[in-house]
Design a protein around this ligand. Structure first.
Ligand SMILES: [Zn+2]
Ligand SMILES: [Zn+2]
Length: 491
């Protein structure tokens, strides 16, 4: 498994992810997606939206605002319960989560060695005096305050007056935007249960200990679905909510595998009673073997009727569904598959990374699923001094860029250009050479063909310029390289 340092350095060097406000020293745990990062991120979101919203007859989409009525967060429980217990150091003023104090190495001035300074591994005792940490782990000198509850929502003010009545929050999850629009969507789209609403958008949490690159950040993007089910229905003799919960777990797992995550790097983690939120009937996390170890990639929760009932209570609106067959009003149960875009991107990146040896040389390659590759096609002229080759290559780039993310590069020799594209995971390279345009001096006729090179196998095929768009479209649409190569013939 690739290390996080290797990924962070590749991401910076090749324009995937930069530290936010880096020229000012950076901001805590915020990251900016560079030219290749934004393409990768967009492609992940597009694939998710197409597969889970557009292609399913039982799903619709939504884009709710980030700023919502402050009562939403009262009803959802976030104002009162979305908190972490914090302690402060009276000396250095650093703040820690009370329950994570023993998860970090601690600084110790040891009385048994004339006060020498040591850094002792997390949760271990000093090997000289046997002492355990009681003071601030960072400075090793300050006393810690008693724990206080700290709310993780970013607070702000709506309008020009900074008064209590104007307090609102940046949403800590996109889910609530869906719940409060349940009736709007159900009625405007005339939906029958079961149906779901999907949404992709930013969310904000003032995490005390963010970190591990884009794994845990204060500003992040979610892809969430709330799937509404009639709790009185049964499917195959089981309660409908339980049936749909299993279906969503299977669908999400299949989705991540389809776009490239290896099965052995994915596993399911069932929440036990202690982990389960009080309103949840069952929650399963999809975990991925990140460079930091097995960690949550997404969660799929059965939230029962908790959220709709809470909003009904606080808003005074019914938020029920009329079951025509049984002639009764019911509050739907909700299955919530909730994924983080940034985490998904990190997983796809880690899984794609390979260091290979090709003819005695190291090749770094990102083996992204072709549909997710930030650049679908790179167009490369074999000789940049030949005006006709360059012109043809630029025309091809222009044509392909109507349908695919395409770049043109002529800043190095072809071998070097291939390595550069491999390192950022470009799915296919198209090369224009002397044969393509012909050589009048030598009396060689143009064959009008270009070479397509497959990133993973490094095999090449030759196709005519007029075939090119169709072949690339087939490849990106899921047709296997071997099949296409067999059809048009290897170069
Ligand atoms: Zn301190
Ligand atoms: Zn000691």
């Amino acid at each position: 498994m690739v290390s996080m340092d290797t990924l962070v350095s590749l991401c910076k060097r090749r324009g995937f992810v930069f530290q936010s406000s880096e020229i000012y020293g950076g901001t805590g745990s915020c990251w900016d997606y560079g030219p290749l990062g934004v393409e990768l991120k967009n492609k992940i979101k597009q694939a998710w939206w197409r597969d889970f919203v557009q292609r399913r007859a039982d799903m619709v989409g939504l884009d709710a605002s980030i700023l919502m009525h402050s009562m939403v967060w009262k009803a959802s429980g976030h104002v009162d319960h979305f908190t972490d217990p914090m302690v402060d150091c009276r000396e250095c003023r650093h703040r820690f989560r009370a329950d994570q104090l023993d998860e970090v190495p601690w600084v110790h001035y040891c009385p048994a060695t004339k006060g020498n300074k040591f850094t002792i591994p997390a949760a271990e005792a000093c090997s000289h005096c046997g002492g355990r940490r009681t003071l601030c782990p960072d400075c090793g000198k300050g006393e810690l305050t008693a724990p206080r509850q700290f709310n993780l929502m970013f607070k702000t003010f709506m309008g020009p007056v900074e008064e209590d009545a104007a307090v609102t929050y940046l949403r800590p999850e996109t889910a609530q935007g869906i719940f409060v629009n349940f009736e709007n969507v159900q009625q405007s789209m005339r939906r029958k249960l079961p149906f779901g609403i999907g949404q992709i958008g930013k969310a904000f949490r003032n995490e005390i200990t963010p970190g591990n690159f884009i794994f845990r950040t204060r500003e992040f993007e979610q892809m969430e679905i709330e799937y509404f089910v009639n709790p009185h229905d049964t499917v195959d003799g089981r309660p409908a909510d339980e049936h749909w919960h299993d279906r969503w777990i299977a669908d999400c797992l299949a989705w991540f595998q389809r776009y490239g995550l290896a099965a052995e790097n994915l596993r399911l983690h069932e929440h036990d009673r202690a982990e389960l939120a009080h309103y949840s009937k069952r929650t399963a996390d999809l975990q991925y073997r990140f460079p930091i170890g097995w960690s949550e990639l997404m969660g799929i929760a059965n939230r029962t009727d908790f959220d709709l009932k809470q909003h009904a209570k606080w808003s005074g609106k019914a938020l029920t569904y009329f079951d025509e067959e049984r002639k009764e009003h019911v509050v739907p149960y909700v299955i919530e598959p909730s994924a983080g875009v940034d985490r998904a991107l990190l997983a796809f990146l880690a899984d794609a990374y390979r260091e290979e040896e090709v003819r005695g040389e190291k090749r770094v390659v990102l083996r992204f699923h072709p549909e997710l590759a930030p650049i679908s096609v790179a167009v490369l002229p074999l000789l940049k001094k030949r005006g006709d080759i360059v012109r043809t290559a630029l025309t091809i780039r222009d044509e392909l860029s109507r349908r695919f993310t395409t770049v043109y590069d002529d800043t190095a020799a072809i071998g070097r250009l291939y390595r550069r594209q491999d390192e950022v995971g470009t799915a296919y390279c198209v090369t224009v050479d002397v044969q393509t345009v012909g050589d009048t001096d030598k009396g060689e006729a143009a064959d009008g063909k270009v070479t397509i090179r497959d990133r993973d196998s490094m095999e090449q095929i030759r196709v005519t310029a007029s075939q090119l768009g169709g072949v690339v479209g087939d490849l990106l649409g899921g047709q296997r390289w071997a099949e296409v190569a067999a059809e048009v013939g290897r170069a």
